[in-house]
Design a protein around this ligand. Structure first.
Ligand SMILES: Nc1ncnc2c1ncn2[C@@H]1O[C@H](COP(=O)(O)OP(=O)(O)OP(=O)(O)O)[C@@H](O)[C@H]1O
Length: 769
């Protein structure tokens, strides 16, 4: 195998420094630094030979670029062990022969020792509870728990059964129906992800409106779409609004005279106005767009709204929609006072706040929108008393969800992700769909390109703007590459999985129509599929057949973690979730994972993932060891990135955006996700970069603004500054959900950008959205 003229990543035999090798590749500056470092290395080796104390890389401290460089070009006389004495492979112990041309990949050297490794010898391995676990978010099996017993009309109950294949209510649906069908008190609706909260609030609303229509009929009046707007549902993102609207449509097909509608950002306001003019009985909306219509659309009459739902209420507050909500509730209060002439229409409005996680920020919502609200939680122990809002309580993941974490050193992250996906899709039917969460849009784009790259592909910078066919053959005329190719074939799985696997990418920086069509394509795909996305996908979305969720980058907060992993194991189905953590302080996150009360949680390490993922394929004539296969894969990606300017730039942008996102975790988790502890040089390898961190600059950025491009001290100071501002990662992460043009979500984004800019000086060039 050629060495690409790059020596940075290779270990050399101890005598490799004499005679001096001629360095190739890189800039003259790099070659000069390399020569000086090699000389320095020879000096040090001589000193050691003369008995000077040996220096062992200290991973806890961020090494200077020079130390890092020396560590890579100069082999220590005896290598630092990274495996607690267990592995012994890929080290110059002779266990694994050197590669034919005399080097082993630095993927397996200088990796930090994990805290767990240190404890391994003393602590017994945790015993896994393999007993089958009852799903906690499945429909109830209690014979008495039927929709009709809970007060729903037989028409709706039989429609649920025959058309929607919904036989029995879930626990939260039973609670909601019992309460909301009989009283008009406000309520907090809290239950695990995938427990059917959408129907839990929609069914009572449809039930009441059907009763109103019956009473109007009895009174000799006709119920039509012009009878009034009775129900209003607000959701934080367009995708979620669309999903709720689809569920509503399905439900209303049993009472076609009741009309549902939707207004969200990204749509034409004129056509929305036309629909509002025709009349809508139940409206799903995003807050900014609704506030806009309340201001500008006279035909929108909200005087008869008697049911208001704030879905993902905590998220609505996080995204900075507080003012919009205040305005909407203010208008509803003011206009709703007019005496209603509709028979059966309740006097007061019922407001329902709904989420799998309800945080202390709903205190503000309570003051804005709710009155004497009762808590409808599946497990009442979660709540201090009837009516009390839980304060920073912990919420649980579905019991049947199998959770695991993988401790992976920064250098091995990319190759380990590949290994996980190779293993998941190797046998047909094991995993149908997988979602990989990544923290920044640039990083999503980079990983999508890596996983769909074609061997021998030649792309030059000019191609960035040339319309072309997408990798699955769809024409993407007139779009830039940033918009094109949101789906492709998983080329890295060719020859490994039994059929084609598709890869999709999704983030808030894509145009709305691209977001919508990509989401639809992933949801409807009949091929096994991988969705690489940001947190824009973490809340509320119900995608079929998602068997595996991988949190490749850590979530911004523990609530986000629960929402992310909640995209699988829905409505009683099985599911698996894995989170990647790095050795060292990130291992502290396992305590937070346990707060989600997982039934059991399995630990993996990088070696295990790589061994399984890169195990020799059966029938291959010349088998490679898993280490060789993993190394070859990594080198291949690095070479691909080096060869194409577009990909190199993408990798650098991804690296920078990831560092920026990493620096903005919520205050309570900053000692776990501590940028100061991050080995930026090792991390670069996970982005297929061979550059020194200080030279990773993306063209077009203002010099001196790049975190990665600053000196270590400045980086540290900046990281400390960010950490001390109290800025939450939400500020960045939230941008994902609210990316958009002139619409409510765009408004949310603007608010968040303004907030985050105040605290993250110089961060504006990083694309988190
Ligand atoms: N009673 C039921 N029986 C069977 N399936 C159901 C039932 N109620 C809802 N479902 C299905 O469960 C899935 C999850 O429902 P839904 O999206 O409402 O969950 P959720 O609690 O709102 O989740 P999240 O907290 O992630 O938003 C949907 O596919 C829905 O069709």
């Amino acid at each position: 195998m050629a060495d690409d003229g790059m020596l940075l990543n290779f270990d050399l035999s101890p005598d490799a420094f004499a005679p001096i090798k001629r360095l190739k590749g890189g800039s003259w500056k790099d070659r000069l630094t390399a020569r000086k470092s090699a000389e320095y290395g020879r000096q040090k080796a001589q000193e050691r030979a003369a008995g000077a104390p040996q220096s062992i890389p200290n991973y806890g401290e961020v090494q200077s670029e020079e130390e890092e460089y020396i560590a890579q070009v100069q082999p220590p006389t005896k290598r630092a062990r990274t495996d607690g004495g267990q592995k012994g492979k890929a080290q110059s112990t002779g266990a694994v022969p050197l590669r034919p041309n005399g080097y082993v990949s630095s993927l397996f050297t200088y990796n930090p020792r994990t805290e767990a490794d240190a404890k391994k010898e003393t602590e017994p391995a945790p015993v896994q509870d393999e007993a089958p676990v009852e799903p906690s978010n499945a429909p109830l099996s209690d014979e008495l728990a039927t929709f009709t017993n809970l007060g729903l009309s037989t028409t709706i109950a039989s429609h649920l059964l025959k058309k929607l294949n919904i036989k029995a209510p879930t626990a939260i649906q039973r609670k909601a129906l019992q309460h909301l069908c009989t009283t008009s008190t406000d309520a907090f609706l809290q239950a695990e992800t995938g427990s059917g909260k959408t129907l839990a609030y929609l069914l009572p609303i449809v039930h009441h409106i059907c009763q109103i229509s019956q009473q109007m009929k009895d009174a000799g009046q006709k119920f039509t779409r012009e009878s009034g707007l009775f129900g209003l549902i607000l959701a934080p993102t367009r995708e979620l609004s669309k999903q709720i609207s689809t569920v509503l449509e399905g439900l209303l097909s049993c009472c076609h005279w009741v009309v549902g509608g939707i207004v969200t950002g990204g749509e034409s306001k004129q056509s929305e106005k036309a629909r509002l003019r025709k009349g809508i009985n139940i409206l799903v909306a995003t807050p900014g767009r609704l506030a806009d219509h309340l201001n500008n659309t006279e035909v929108l009459d909200v005087s008869k709204v008697r049911w208001l739902v704030l879905d993902e209420g905590d998220r609505l507050m996080e995204l900075g929609f507080e003012q919009d909500l205040q305005r909407i509730v203010g208008v509803l209060n003011l206009r709703g006072r007019a005496p209603a002439t509709i028979p059966g229409l309740p006097e007061r409005r019922t407001t329902v706040l709904c989420s799998a996680t309800i945080k202390a920020n709903v205190e503000q919502l309570r003051s804005i929108a709710l009155k004497d609200a009762v808590s409808l939680a599946v497990d009442p122990a979660e709540f201090t008393a009837e009516g009390d809002i839980p304060k920073d309580q912990t919420f649980s993941a579905p019991a049947q969800l199998k959770q695991s974490y993988a401790i992976v050193p920064p250098k091995q992250r990319l190759v380990s992700l590949t290994a996980v996906l190779r293993q998941a899709f190797r046998r047909k039917g094991t995993v149908m769909k997988c979602i990989v969460f990544i923290d920044a849009a640039d990083s999503v784009d980079f990983h999508f390109e890596v996983l769909t790259r074609e061997k021998g592909e030649k792309v030059d910078a000019e191609e960035l703007r040339i319309p072309r066919l997408s990798k699955t053959g769809k024409i993407t005329q007139g779009t830039t590459i940033a918009e094109a190719n949101t789906d492709g074939l998983a080329t890295f799985l060719q020859g490994i999985s039994s059929g084609d696997v598709r890869v999709f990418r999704l983030h808030g920086s894509l145009q709305q129509h691209t977001r919508t069509s990509t989401l639809k394509a992933f949801a409807n795909s009949t091929d096994p599929s991988i969705l690489i996305c940001t947190d824009v996908m973490s809340r509320g979305l119900d995608l079929p057949n998602v068997d595996l969720v991988v949190e490749y980058d850590p979530p911004a907060s523990k609530d986000d973690h629960l929402h992310r992993i909640g995209r699988t194991a829905r409505a009683g189905k099985d599911g698996r979730a894995m989170i990647f953590l790095m050795p060292g302080c990130e291992e502290g996150y396992t305590e937070i994972l346990k707060e989600g009360k997982p039934r059991n949680i399995t630990k993996h390490d990088a070696d295990e993932l790589l061994r399984k993922g890169f195990a020799p394929e059966k029938g291959v004539v010349k088998e490679k060891s898993w280490e060789e296969a993993a190394t070859d894969w990594q080198i291949d990606v690095e070479r691909w990135a080096l060869e194409h300017p577009k990909h190199l730039e993408q990798a650098r942008r991804a690296y920078q955006s990831h560092i920026r996102a990493y620096a903005t975790h919520v205050a309570g988790e900053r000692q776990i996700f501590d940028l100061k502890q991050m080995h930026l040089g090792h991390l670069a390898k996970a982005f297929a970069l061979r550059d020194k961190p200080s030279s990773i600059r993306v063209p077009g950025q203002r010099p001196g603004k790049s975190v990665a491009g600053k000196s270590k001290e400045v980086r540290r100071a900046q990281a400390g500054k960010i950490a001390s501002t109290g800025t939450k990662r939400k500020a960045g992460g939230a941008m994902e959900d609210v990316e958009g043009g002139e619409n409510d979500e765009g408004e949310g984004r603007r608010k968040m950008v303004a907030k985050s800019r105040m605290a993250m000086v110089g961060a504006s060039e990083f694309n988190l959205g």
